[in-house]
Write a protein that binds this ligand. Structure first.
Ligand SMILES: CC(C)(COP(=O)(O)OP(=O)(O)OC[C@H]1O[C@@H](n2cnc3c(N)ncnc32)[C@H](O)[C@@H]1OP(=O)(O)O)[C@@H](O)C(=O)NCCC(=O)NCCS
Length: 183
């Protein structure tokens, strides 16, 4: 396969909307998908394609409030392309973009029932943030995403602790759109 990585562009909004419910096992996710990632967060959002066919995507942003914090909103991989390292590859690209902008850590969230996502994030070195309750060894933050929107919150340092402590403000103009490379 000729898998290629690139930043999202606005036309990807419809392509991701068309598959996201299916990729999340039938959960209604499309309504939660905002076009702003495909227009305003392109430097920190990526897709992987094979010959123009969508295989995986990651939508992320850098916090405007906490410039050292990078956040992943959604990451998804086509079901028949899982366990091939595609999501890991997307995260690595996101980490690189976030570090280039001065970020020191990354935050991601998932639903407590999403055991695959929890295993995946643990495997990438994320630690689970303390929550309000613990279920089956997993700390859960209650109502994180509104009433009933319980979530598991993951954090991961982007640099060794001694470097992270001395990280400065974001580097202006540090992000590049012109990225297209084979993986
Ligand atoms: C979670 C998800 C993004 C992982 O994508 P992926 O491309 O299959 O993940 P990778 O191949 O990069 O996996 C990297 C490592 O994570 C761990 N991992 C990934 N999926 C796992 C699973 N289902 N069970 C246990 N461990 C898993 C493994 O350690 C894996 O390494 P290995 O395959 O060498 O053992 C994918 O399952 C998915 O799209 N799920 C539906 C959408 C979703 O829940 N997104 C996350 C919340 S936004």
């Amino acid at each position: 396969v000729n898998v290629r990585l690139r930043h999202v562009h606005p036309a990807d909004y419809d392509r991701v909307t068309a598959v996201i419910d299916d990729w999340w096992g039938g959960r209604p996710m499309a309504a939660r998908l905002s076009h702003v990632f495909f227009t305003h967060f392109r430097p920190t959002s990526f897709v992987l394609e094979d010959d123009g066919e969508l295989l995986a995507f990651l939508l992320g942003f850098i916090s405007q409030t906490y410039p050292e914090e990078a956040c992943v909103h959604f990451v998804g991989v086509r079901p028949d392309y899982r366990r091939l390292g595609l999501a890991r590859r997307l995260y690595e690209s996101f980490f690189t973009a976030a570090r280039a902008s001065g970020c020191a850590w990354c935050r991601s969230i998932t639903s407590p029932a999403n055991l695959e996502s929890i295993a995946f994030h643990r495997s990438l070195g994320f630690r689970l943030q303390h929550g309000d309750v613990v279920a089956d060894g997993v700390p859960i933050t209650l109502d994180y995403a509104g009433a009933g929107g319980h979530r598991v919150v993951f954090l991961r340092d982007l640099a060794p602790r001694e470097q992270a402590a001395s990280c400065g403000p974001p580097v202006a103009g540090g992000l590049q759109i012109a990225l297209e490379q084979a993986v």
